[in-house]
Write a protein that binds this ligand. Sequence first.
Ligand SMILES: [Zn+2]
Length: 275
Amino acid sequence: MRSTITYSRLLLSGLMLGSLLAGCADREQSGQSPEDRQPVQGTAAKKIHWSYEGETSPEYWGELSEDFKTCEAGKKQSPIDIEDKDVVKDANLSAVQVHYSPSEVSLVNNGHTIQVTVKGQDNNIVLEGKTYTLKQFHFHLPSEHEVGGKHSEMELHFVHQSADGEFAVLSVLINSGAENAELNKLWSQLPKEESEEATVIGGTFDLSALLPDNLHSYRYQGSLTTPPCTEGVQWIVLQEQVEWSADQIGAFRSIFPHDNRPVQPLDGRKLETEG
Ligand SMILES: [Zn+2]
């Protein structure tokens, strides 16, 4: 069953302010009720056109708007190239705890990616004792993070936010191989054109089916990978990569031939893994 609901209803229900932003996080303003928040259409990130090509491509993002200055001037930007020589084991870190359960989800093509909004507040991760609630997830092709200078074919970003407003993004790198059967629930209804209405997926979607078995990760402090490139984002890039079929990757590529920001300098930041 396919049905649609309007975005204003999604916004009013407070599910996800930033659903129309392609970013790795929304610009939710804490301390306001959902009704008080500005519609996404009213934010600079929506008004200022940005893209992955030509004069509005990543190298120009910082010049497109005052609000995007961090894209150019920031020193803790994402994504990065993860090089073995930079990775330090930290015995104080333990593997991220992921608490995902089958959930009601809806899809939107926001012009930059396919974004999946997850209904409710039941899905979260715990990182060193702090809980971050899942807000949305979305995809990049090829991967944004590189490992040893190499892209994976795709990358999935699960975007979470803590009660005090901090973002944590759990990243899964994807290569072609076996089909992911659960993904077909989403991929059978991929919105090919930019959509203002969300496509609600019937039944529930098992989010954990998108994760690898092993949750060991690379950790670093970075930013949103889309304008306004806001910093203060905790990144958790899972080391074990997952497989999707070539057809599943191809289906996304047919809509978004490439939607990745190039890697940014590590600039002396700590890049850690569980010790
Ligand atoms: Zn992302």
